[in-house]
Design a binder for this molecule. Structure first.
Ligand SMILES: *Cc1c(COP(=O)(O)O)cnc(C)c1O
Length: 409
Protein backbone atom coordinates (compact mmCIF):
# COMPACT_ATOMS: atom_id res chain seq x y z
CA UNK A 1 0.00 0.00 0.00
CA UNK A 2 1.31 3.43 -0.85
CA UNK A 3 0.75 6.26 1.55
CA UNK A 4 1.20 9.99 1.26
CA UNK A 5 1.65 12.70 3.84
CA UNK A 6 -0.35 15.26 1.89
CA UNK A 7 -4.07 15.28 2.61
CA UNK A 8 -6.62 15.60 -0.15
CA UNK A 9 -7.73 18.88 1.36
CA UNK A 10 -4.17 20.26 1.21
CA UNK A 11 -3.61 19.09 -2.37
CA UNK A 12 -6.92 20.54 -3.47
CA UNK A 13 -6.31 23.83 -1.69
CA UNK A 14 -2.83 24.16 -3.18
CA UNK A 15 -3.76 23.49 -6.77
CA UNK A 16 -6.94 25.57 -6.57
CA UNK A 17 -5.06 28.59 -5.23
CA UNK A 18 -2.66 28.21 -8.15
CA UNK A 19 -5.54 28.28 -10.65
CA UNK A 20 -7.19 31.28 -9.00
CA UNK A 21 -3.86 33.09 -8.87
CA UNK A 22 -3.32 32.43 -12.56
CA UNK A 23 -6.78 33.79 -13.39
CA UNK A 24 -6.12 36.92 -11.34
CA UNK A 25 -2.70 37.42 -12.97
CA UNK A 26 -4.17 36.94 -16.43
CA UNK A 27 -6.99 39.43 -15.86
CA UNK A 28 -9.61 36.68 -16.17
CA UNK A 29 -10.77 36.61 -12.57
CA UNK A 30 -14.49 37.25 -12.31
CA UNK A 31 -15.50 39.70 -9.60
CA UNK A 32 -19.25 39.37 -9.18
CA UNK A 33 -21.31 42.54 -8.92
CA UNK A 34 -23.88 42.64 -6.13
CA UNK A 35 -27.23 44.04 -7.18
CA UNK A 36 -29.41 45.65 -4.57
CA UNK A 37 -32.85 45.77 -6.15
CA UNK A 38 -34.67 44.33 -9.15
CA UNK A 39 -33.46 43.94 -12.73
CA UNK A 40 -34.51 46.84 -14.92
CA UNK A 41 -33.20 49.44 -17.39
CA UNK A 42 -31.30 50.90 -14.43
CA UNK A 43 -29.95 48.83 -11.55
CA UNK A 44 -28.20 49.51 -8.28
CA UNK A 45 -24.79 47.91 -7.89
CA UNK A 46 -23.19 47.70 -4.46
CA UNK A 47 -20.23 50.07 -4.24
CA UNK A 48 -21.03 51.65 -7.61
CA UNK A 49 -24.54 53.04 -7.33
CA UNK A 50 -27.26 53.33 -9.93
CA UNK A 51 -26.23 52.58 -13.50
CA UNK A 52 -27.98 51.85 -16.81
CA UNK A 53 -27.96 48.13 -17.51
CA UNK A 54 -26.87 47.00 -20.99
CA UNK A 55 -25.85 43.46 -20.16
CA UNK A 56 -28.97 41.68 -18.97
CA UNK A 57 -31.20 39.43 -21.07
CA UNK A 58 -34.26 41.31 -19.84
CA UNK A 59 -35.14 41.99 -23.48
CA UNK A 60 -38.81 42.84 -22.95
CA UNK A 61 -38.53 44.46 -19.53
CA UNK A 62 -40.67 41.71 -17.97
CA UNK A 63 -38.28 40.70 -15.18
CA UNK A 64 -39.85 43.21 -12.81
CA UNK A 65 -43.20 43.70 -14.56
CA UNK A 66 -45.92 44.13 -11.86
CA UNK A 67 -48.17 41.46 -13.41
CA UNK A 68 -45.34 38.96 -13.75
CA UNK A 69 -44.30 39.54 -10.13
CA UNK A 70 -47.93 39.33 -8.95
CA UNK A 71 -48.47 36.05 -10.84
CA UNK A 72 -45.45 34.61 -9.00
CA UNK A 73 -46.89 35.67 -5.64
CA UNK A 74 -50.28 34.15 -6.52
CA UNK A 75 -48.52 30.98 -7.67
CA UNK A 76 -46.59 30.78 -4.42
CA UNK A 77 -49.80 31.08 -2.43
CA UNK A 78 -51.74 28.60 -4.54
CA UNK A 79 -49.14 25.89 -5.02
CA UNK A 80 -46.76 26.48 -2.15
CA UNK A 81 -43.00 26.79 -2.12
CA UNK A 82 -42.07 23.74 -4.13
CA UNK A 83 -42.92 20.40 -5.65
CA UNK A 84 -41.07 18.27 -3.08
CA UNK A 85 -41.01 15.49 -5.64
CA UNK A 86 -39.88 14.77 -9.17
CA UNK A 87 -42.58 15.07 -11.83
CA UNK A 88 -43.24 11.38 -12.44
CA UNK A 89 -43.79 10.58 -8.77
CA UNK A 90 -46.13 13.31 -7.54
CA UNK A 91 -44.54 16.56 -8.63
CA UNK A 92 -46.52 17.65 -11.71
CA UNK A 93 -48.77 20.58 -10.83
CA UNK A 94 -51.40 22.39 -12.87
CA UNK A 95 -48.93 25.31 -12.97
CA UNK A 96 -46.63 23.15 -15.11
CA UNK A 97 -49.42 21.98 -17.38
CA UNK A 98 -50.66 25.55 -17.90
CA UNK A 99 -47.18 26.88 -18.64
CA UNK A 100 -46.38 24.04 -21.05
CA UNK A 101 -49.65 24.51 -22.95
CA UNK A 102 -48.89 28.22 -23.16
CA UNK A 103 -45.35 27.62 -24.48
CA UNK A 104 -46.55 25.06 -27.06
CA UNK A 105 -49.23 27.32 -28.48
CA UNK A 106 -46.90 30.35 -28.37
CA UNK A 107 -44.33 28.51 -30.48
CA UNK A 108 -46.88 26.78 -32.70
CA UNK A 109 -45.98 23.18 -31.82
CA UNK A 110 -47.89 20.25 -30.32
CA UNK A 111 -46.32 20.05 -26.88
CA UNK A 112 -43.72 21.42 -24.48
CA UNK A 113 -42.01 20.19 -21.33
CA UNK A 114 -40.21 22.35 -18.79
CA UNK A 115 -37.02 22.03 -16.74
CA UNK A 116 -35.25 24.16 -14.15
CA UNK A 117 -33.11 25.66 -16.93
CA UNK A 118 -32.43 25.48 -20.66
CA UNK A 119 -29.07 23.98 -19.74
CA UNK A 120 -30.93 21.10 -18.09
CA UNK A 121 -33.33 20.86 -21.03
CA UNK A 122 -30.39 20.41 -23.45
CA UNK A 123 -28.88 17.74 -21.25
CA UNK A 124 -32.28 16.04 -21.11
CA UNK A 125 -32.78 16.12 -24.86
CA UNK A 126 -29.80 14.65 -26.68
CA UNK A 127 -28.90 11.74 -24.37
CA UNK A 128 -32.57 10.73 -24.42
CA UNK A 129 -33.56 10.99 -28.07
CA UNK A 130 -30.26 9.87 -29.64
CA UNK A 131 -29.53 6.18 -30.17
CA UNK A 132 -26.29 4.43 -31.18
CA UNK A 133 -25.64 5.10 -34.85
CA UNK A 134 -27.13 8.61 -34.70
CA UNK A 135 -25.04 11.68 -35.52
CA UNK A 136 -25.39 15.10 -33.86
CA UNK A 137 -24.27 17.90 -36.19
CA UNK A 138 -23.58 21.23 -34.50
CA UNK A 139 -22.67 24.80 -35.45
CA UNK A 140 -19.18 25.65 -34.16
CA UNK A 141 -20.51 28.58 -32.13
CA UNK A 142 -23.41 26.83 -30.44
CA UNK A 143 -24.01 27.56 -26.77
CA UNK A 144 -21.96 25.71 -24.14
CA UNK A 145 -25.03 23.73 -22.99
CA UNK A 146 -25.30 22.15 -26.44
CA UNK A 147 -21.60 21.32 -26.51
CA UNK A 148 -21.78 19.72 -23.07
CA UNK A 149 -25.02 17.89 -23.90
CA UNK A 150 -23.33 16.41 -26.98
CA UNK A 151 -20.36 15.28 -24.89
CA UNK A 152 -22.68 13.76 -22.32
CA UNK A 153 -24.62 11.93 -25.02
CA UNK A 154 -21.55 10.20 -26.38
CA UNK A 155 -20.71 9.02 -22.86
CA UNK A 156 -24.20 7.83 -21.93
CA UNK A 157 -24.97 6.30 -25.33
CA UNK A 158 -21.89 4.72 -26.81
CA UNK A 159 -22.04 4.80 -30.60
CA UNK A 160 -23.61 8.24 -30.94
CA UNK A 161 -21.38 10.39 -33.16
CA UNK A 162 -20.90 14.13 -33.27
CA UNK A 163 -19.67 16.51 -35.94
CA UNK A 164 -19.21 20.27 -36.09
CA UNK A 165 -19.57 22.66 -39.05
CA UNK A 166 -18.00 26.10 -39.37
CA UNK A 167 -20.22 28.83 -37.96
CA UNK A 168 -23.18 29.41 -40.30
CA UNK A 169 -21.20 28.03 -43.25
CA UNK A 170 -23.88 26.28 -45.35
CA UNK A 171 -21.37 24.71 -47.76
CA UNK A 172 -19.41 23.20 -44.92
CA UNK A 173 -22.62 22.14 -43.22
CA UNK A 174 -23.59 20.23 -46.38
CA UNK A 175 -20.18 18.51 -46.40
CA UNK A 176 -20.56 17.51 -42.76
CA UNK A 177 -24.11 16.26 -43.40
CA UNK A 178 -22.92 14.19 -46.36
CA UNK A 179 -20.41 12.44 -44.11
CA UNK A 180 -22.97 12.17 -41.32
CA UNK A 181 -25.39 10.42 -43.67
CA UNK A 182 -22.69 7.84 -44.50
CA UNK A 183 -22.01 7.31 -40.80
CA UNK A 184 -25.68 7.09 -39.84
CA UNK A 185 -26.55 4.80 -42.75
CA UNK A 186 -30.22 4.00 -43.24
CA UNK A 187 -31.05 3.38 -39.61
CA UNK A 188 -29.39 6.29 -37.78
CA UNK A 189 -30.99 9.68 -37.22
CA UNK A 190 -29.05 12.89 -37.90
CA UNK A 191 -29.76 15.73 -35.43
CA UNK A 192 -28.73 19.16 -36.69
CA UNK A 193 -28.60 21.68 -33.86
CA UNK A 194 -28.15 25.45 -34.00
CA UNK A 195 -28.67 28.50 -31.86
CA UNK A 196 -31.42 30.74 -33.24
CA UNK A 197 -29.45 33.83 -32.14
CA UNK A 198 -25.76 33.36 -31.32
CA UNK A 199 -24.99 34.88 -27.97
CA UNK A 200 -21.51 36.29 -28.58
CA UNK A 201 -21.92 37.44 -32.22
CA UNK A 202 -25.59 38.42 -31.99
CA UNK A 203 -26.12 36.98 -35.48
CA UNK A 204 -28.84 34.62 -36.64
CA UNK A 205 -28.86 30.94 -37.45
CA UNK A 206 -29.83 30.50 -41.12
CA UNK A 207 -32.94 28.50 -40.29
CA UNK A 208 -34.40 28.37 -43.83
CA UNK A 209 -31.06 27.18 -45.23
CA UNK A 210 -30.69 24.62 -42.47
CA UNK A 211 -34.29 23.40 -42.92
CA UNK A 212 -33.61 22.81 -46.62
CA UNK A 213 -30.42 20.90 -45.84
CA UNK A 214 -32.19 18.87 -43.14
CA UNK A 215 -34.93 17.92 -45.61
CA UNK A 216 -32.34 16.93 -48.22
CA UNK A 217 -30.43 14.74 -45.78
CA UNK A 218 -33.40 13.52 -43.76
CA UNK A 219 -32.14 15.25 -40.60
CA UNK A 220 -34.01 16.56 -37.55
CA UNK A 221 -33.64 20.31 -36.94
CA UNK A 222 -33.17 21.38 -33.32
CA UNK A 223 -33.12 25.12 -32.57
CA UNK A 224 -32.01 26.64 -29.26
CA UNK A 225 -33.72 30.00 -29.46
CA UNK A 226 -32.86 31.27 -25.98
CA UNK A 227 -31.82 34.74 -27.25
CA UNK A 228 -34.46 34.78 -30.01
CA UNK A 229 -37.65 33.98 -28.13
CA UNK A 230 -39.53 37.17 -27.30
CA UNK A 231 -37.05 39.14 -29.41
CA UNK A 232 -37.24 38.06 -33.05
CA UNK A 233 -40.25 38.15 -35.37
CA UNK A 234 -43.13 40.63 -35.40
CA UNK A 235 -44.88 38.96 -32.45
CA UNK A 236 -41.72 37.76 -30.68
CA UNK A 237 -42.23 34.06 -31.47
CA UNK A 238 -38.56 33.86 -32.20
CA UNK A 239 -36.01 33.41 -34.95
CA UNK A 240 -38.25 31.11 -36.99
CA UNK A 241 -40.89 33.84 -37.14
CA UNK A 242 -38.26 36.33 -38.27
CA UNK A 243 -37.48 34.01 -41.19
CA UNK A 244 -41.18 33.61 -42.02
CA UNK A 245 -41.23 30.03 -40.80
CA UNK A 246 -43.88 28.26 -38.86
CA UNK A 247 -43.21 26.47 -35.56
CA UNK A 248 -43.94 23.14 -37.23
CA UNK A 249 -40.89 23.59 -39.47
CA UNK A 250 -38.61 23.25 -36.45
CA UNK A 251 -38.53 19.67 -35.18
CA UNK A 252 -37.52 20.52 -31.64
CA UNK A 253 -37.08 23.85 -29.89
CA UNK A 254 -35.03 24.33 -26.79
CA UNK A 255 -35.39 27.61 -24.95
CA UNK A 256 -35.12 29.50 -21.72
CA UNK A 257 -37.54 31.30 -19.44
CA UNK A 258 -34.56 33.12 -17.94
CA UNK A 259 -34.20 35.78 -20.64
CA UNK A 260 -37.04 37.65 -22.40
CA UNK A 261 -39.83 35.55 -20.86
CA UNK A 262 -39.67 37.00 -17.36
CA UNK A 263 -36.05 36.24 -16.65
CA UNK A 264 -36.73 34.10 -13.59
CA UNK A 265 -35.41 30.68 -14.41
CA UNK A 266 -36.39 27.60 -16.29
CA UNK A 267 -36.08 26.12 -19.71
CA UNK A 268 -38.11 23.95 -22.01
CA UNK A 269 -38.21 21.53 -24.88
CA UNK A 270 -41.01 21.89 -27.42
CA UNK A 271 -42.04 19.86 -30.45
CA UNK A 272 -44.13 16.83 -31.24
CA UNK A 273 -46.21 15.02 -28.61
CA UNK A 274 -44.19 11.88 -29.30
CA UNK A 275 -40.87 13.62 -28.65
CA UNK A 276 -42.14 15.17 -25.42
CA UNK A 277 -43.59 11.83 -24.27
CA UNK A 278 -40.17 10.23 -24.79
CA UNK A 279 -38.64 12.97 -22.62
CA UNK A 280 -41.20 12.31 -19.86
CA UNK A 281 -40.46 8.59 -19.98
CA UNK A 282 -36.69 8.59 -20.26
CA UNK A 283 -34.94 11.92 -19.64
CA UNK A 284 -32.82 11.58 -16.52
CA UNK A 285 -32.99 15.28 -15.51
CA UNK A 286 -36.77 14.95 -15.11
CA UNK A 287 -36.76 11.41 -13.70
CA UNK A 288 -34.28 12.24 -10.96
CA UNK A 289 -34.54 15.98 -10.37
CA UNK A 290 -37.30 18.31 -9.22
CA UNK A 291 -39.36 20.46 -11.54
CA UNK A 292 -39.54 24.20 -11.91
CA UNK A 293 -41.02 25.79 -8.77
CA UNK A 294 -44.69 26.67 -9.38
CA UNK A 295 -44.11 30.33 -8.55
CA UNK A 296 -41.58 30.58 -11.39
CA UNK A 297 -43.91 28.66 -13.72
CA UNK A 298 -46.74 31.07 -12.94
CA UNK A 299 -44.52 34.13 -13.57
CA UNK A 300 -43.25 32.74 -16.87
CA UNK A 301 -46.76 31.94 -18.07
CA UNK A 302 -47.85 35.49 -17.27
CA UNK A 303 -44.78 36.89 -19.06
CA UNK A 304 -45.81 35.06 -22.25
CA UNK A 305 -49.36 36.37 -21.87
CA UNK A 306 -48.13 39.96 -21.46
CA UNK A 307 -45.93 39.58 -24.53
CA UNK A 308 -48.84 38.19 -26.52
CA UNK A 309 -51.12 41.01 -25.43
CA UNK A 310 -48.51 43.72 -25.99
CA UNK A 311 -46.56 42.97 -29.19
CA UNK A 312 -45.60 46.66 -29.10
CA UNK A 313 -42.90 45.61 -26.60
CA UNK A 314 -41.20 43.66 -29.38
CA UNK A 315 -41.60 46.65 -31.68
CA UNK A 316 -40.06 48.98 -29.08
CA UNK A 317 -37.15 46.58 -28.62
CA UNK A 318 -36.58 46.62 -32.38
CA UNK A 319 -36.73 50.44 -32.53
CA UNK A 320 -34.34 50.71 -29.55
CA UNK A 321 -31.95 48.28 -31.21
CA UNK A 322 -31.92 50.22 -34.48
CA UNK A 323 -31.29 53.45 -32.55
CA UNK A 324 -28.50 51.91 -30.46
CA UNK A 325 -26.76 50.33 -33.44
CA UNK A 326 -26.91 53.60 -35.40
CA UNK A 327 -25.57 55.49 -32.41
CA UNK A 328 -22.70 53.07 -31.80
CA UNK A 329 -21.66 53.15 -35.48
CA UNK A 330 -21.97 56.95 -35.42
CA UNK A 331 -19.38 57.12 -32.64
CA UNK A 332 -17.01 55.27 -34.94
CA UNK A 333 -17.07 51.86 -33.28
CA UNK A 334 -17.21 48.63 -35.21
CA UNK A 335 -20.37 46.71 -34.31
CA UNK A 336 -21.25 43.31 -35.74
CA UNK A 337 -24.29 43.84 -37.96
CA UNK A 338 -27.54 41.94 -37.38
CA UNK A 339 -31.18 42.54 -36.47
CA UNK A 340 -30.87 41.07 -32.96
CA UNK A 341 -30.72 42.89 -29.62
CA UNK A 342 -27.11 41.78 -29.05
CA UNK A 343 -24.68 44.45 -30.28
CA UNK A 344 -21.05 43.38 -29.92
CA UNK A 345 -18.62 46.31 -30.19
CA UNK A 346 -15.39 44.80 -31.47
CA UNK A 347 -12.28 46.30 -29.84
CA UNK A 348 -9.96 43.33 -30.60
CA UNK A 349 -7.69 43.35 -27.54
CA UNK A 350 -8.86 41.50 -24.39
CA UNK A 351 -7.23 43.84 -21.85
CA UNK A 352 -8.63 46.84 -23.72
CA UNK A 353 -12.15 45.37 -23.74
CA UNK A 354 -11.99 44.83 -19.99
CA UNK A 355 -10.53 48.27 -19.28
CA UNK A 356 -13.12 49.94 -21.51
CA UNK A 357 -16.06 48.18 -19.88
CA UNK A 358 -14.71 49.15 -16.47
CA UNK A 359 -14.48 52.80 -17.53
CA UNK A 360 -17.95 52.62 -19.09
CA UNK A 361 -19.34 51.40 -15.78
CA UNK A 362 -17.73 54.35 -13.98
CA UNK A 363 -19.55 56.61 -16.42
CA UNK A 364 -22.83 54.86 -15.58
CA UNK A 365 -23.37 52.40 -18.44
CA UNK A 366 -23.00 48.73 -17.55
CA UNK A 367 -21.87 46.46 -20.42
CA UNK A 368 -19.43 43.59 -20.15
CA UNK A 369 -16.12 43.19 -21.96
CA UNK A 370 -15.54 39.67 -23.29
CA UNK A 371 -12.10 38.56 -24.34
CA UNK A 372 -10.06 35.44 -24.86
CA UNK A 373 -10.88 32.60 -24.05
CA UNK A 374 -14.63 33.35 -24.24
CA UNK A 375 -14.17 34.66 -27.79
CA UNK A 376 -11.21 34.00 -30.14
CA UNK A 377 -7.93 35.89 -29.63
CA UNK A 378 -8.08 39.31 -31.31
CA UNK A 379 -11.87 39.47 -31.31
CA UNK A 380 -12.45 40.90 -27.84
CA UNK A 381 -15.60 42.92 -27.54
CA UNK A 382 -17.94 44.90 -25.34
CA UNK A 383 -21.32 43.24 -25.62
CA UNK A 384 -24.18 45.71 -25.46
CA UNK A 385 -27.65 44.24 -25.03
CA UNK A 386 -30.72 46.32 -25.70
CA UNK A 387 -34.07 46.06 -23.93
CA UNK A 388 -37.57 47.30 -24.61
CA UNK A 389 -37.36 48.75 -21.10
CA UNK A 390 -34.69 51.25 -22.22
CA UNK A 391 -35.97 54.75 -22.81
CA UNK A 392 -34.31 57.39 -24.99
CA UNK A 393 -32.51 58.75 -21.91
CA UNK A 394 -30.73 55.41 -21.33
CA UNK A 395 -29.72 55.06 -24.96
CA UNK A 396 -28.64 58.70 -25.23
CA UNK A 397 -26.47 58.36 -22.11
CA UNK A 398 -24.89 55.21 -23.56
CA UNK A 399 -23.95 56.98 -26.78
CA UNK A 400 -22.66 60.02 -24.90
CA UNK A 401 -20.50 57.72 -22.75
CA UNK A 402 -19.24 55.83 -25.80
CA UNK A 403 -18.14 59.13 -27.37
CA UNK A 404 -16.08 59.84 -24.22
CA UNK A 405 -14.76 56.29 -24.22
CA UNK A 406 -13.69 56.53 -27.86
CA UNK A 407 -11.76 59.72 -27.06
CA UNK A 408 -10.05 58.13 -24.04
CA UNK A 409 -8.93 54.91 -25.72
C1 LIG B 1 -28.69 31.59 -22.06
C2 LIG B 1 -28.70 30.38 -22.90
C3 LIG B 1 -28.91 29.12 -22.36
C4 LIG B 1 -29.01 28.89 -20.88
O1 LIG B 1 -30.30 29.12 -20.42
P1 LIG B 1 -30.62 28.78 -18.88
O2 LIG B 1 -32.11 28.63 -18.86
O3 LIG B 1 -30.14 29.92 -18.08
O4 LIG B 1 -29.92 27.50 -18.57
C5 LIG B 1 -28.98 28.06 -23.22
N1 LIG B 1 -28.82 28.20 -24.55
C6 LIG B 1 -28.59 29.40 -25.12
C7 LIG B 1 -28.42 29.51 -26.58
C8 LIG B 1 -28.51 30.53 -24.31
O5 LIG B 1 -28.27 31.72 -24.84
Amino acid sequence: MTTTNASGAELFDHRTRAVLHELEAGGQYKHLQMLDGPMGPSITIRGVGEVDCFCSNNYLGLANHPEVVEAGIEGLKRWGAGTASVRFICGTFTAHEQLEDTIASFLGVEAAYTFVSCWTASEALFPTVCEPGDVIVSDALNHACIIDAMRLTTVIKKGVHKAVYKHSDMDHCREVLTKARETAGDSGVIWLVTDGVFSMEGDLGNLPGLRTLCDEFGAMLVVDDSHGTGVMGDTGRGTHEYWGMDGSQIDIFTGTLGKALGGGAGGYLAGSKTAMEMIVQRARPTLFSNALPCTVAASAKRAIEVLDREPERVEKLRANTVKARKGICGVGFEVLDSPTAICPIIVHDTAKAIAMSKRLLEMGSFAIGFGYPVVPEGEARIRVQISAAHEDEHLDRLIKNLVKLKAEF
